[in-house]
Design a binder for this molecule. Structure first.
Ligand code: SF4
Ligand code: F3S
Length: 104
């Protein structure tokens, strides 16, 4: 599957949601996640994210995010339509270590 990573935190642009053929995105307050068992590995969402927050599980960087995507996709509600991004999303684009600073 593909996974959502740190870049999404506090940005949540949601372009990814609109293209997923199986609607496997789930929405938290500060980021989205992908349900790894529902993702069919089509890869369509990856180029849609303007800040490259989505990566395949073949990427070594995905290891620490896969479990988080799995856990939260079972707790958070499904999202199938793009909603409003946070008003300060652009200010968070290039911030590092967003997970430690602002994850909930
Ligand atoms: Fe959805 Fe395809 Fe992205 Fe998986 S890779 S989350 S199926 S758009
Ligand atoms: Fe997040 Fe990118 Fe989707 S910022 S909500 S993964 S388009």
């Amino acid at each position: 599957p593909y996974v959502v990573t740190e870049n999404c935190i506090m940005c949540k642009f949601q372009d990814c949601v609109e293209v997923c053929p199986v609607d496997c995105f789930y929405e938290g307050e500060n980021m989205l996640v992908i349900h790894p068992d529902e993702c069919i590995d089509c890869g369509v969402c990856e180029p849609e994210c303007p800040i490259e927050a989505i990566i395949p599980d073949t990427d070594p960087e995905s290891d620490k995010w896969l479990e988080l995507n799995r856990d939260f996709s079972e707790k958070w509600p499904n999202i199938t339509r793009k909603g409003e991004s946070p008003p300060d999303a652009d200010e968070w684009r290039d911030v590092e270590n967003k997970f430690e600073k602002h994850f909930s």
